[in-house]
Design a protein. Sequence first.
Length: 135
Amino acid sequence: VLDVKNLRFEILFCDDVRQEANGKHILIGVFGADILPTMLPGVLPLAIYLRVFGMTKGDHHFRITLTTNDGDLLGEIEGRTTVFDDTTASIFPFSAVAIHIEKPVAIVVNFSLNGSDLIPIGGINIRAPIANVSS
């Protein structure tokens, strides 16, 4: 039985993820650190590009959620994936969802595999906007 806690995760947060006809992914507006919106409250697009290492060959059911650190659900994707080569990463692109943010908050990515409990695997902070300073 595959234990989710034994997997390794790499997450990139961005404005959107698209896939070309040749299978390559395009990441648009990648966040290098915290998200600094121009104003709050506000709506911003948020996508994730998730690479999972250590999945075994075979069919798997997955569930990925985006929540606030307070537990509010912002987005969710659920489906099936087949792993053919367990020596490479399994890719889970999560296309942009429009999230409404009232105040600075931490966004948490949670992952479940084959019916396991959701576990937090990463996150990003949305900080307060910096006030415009006139010279």
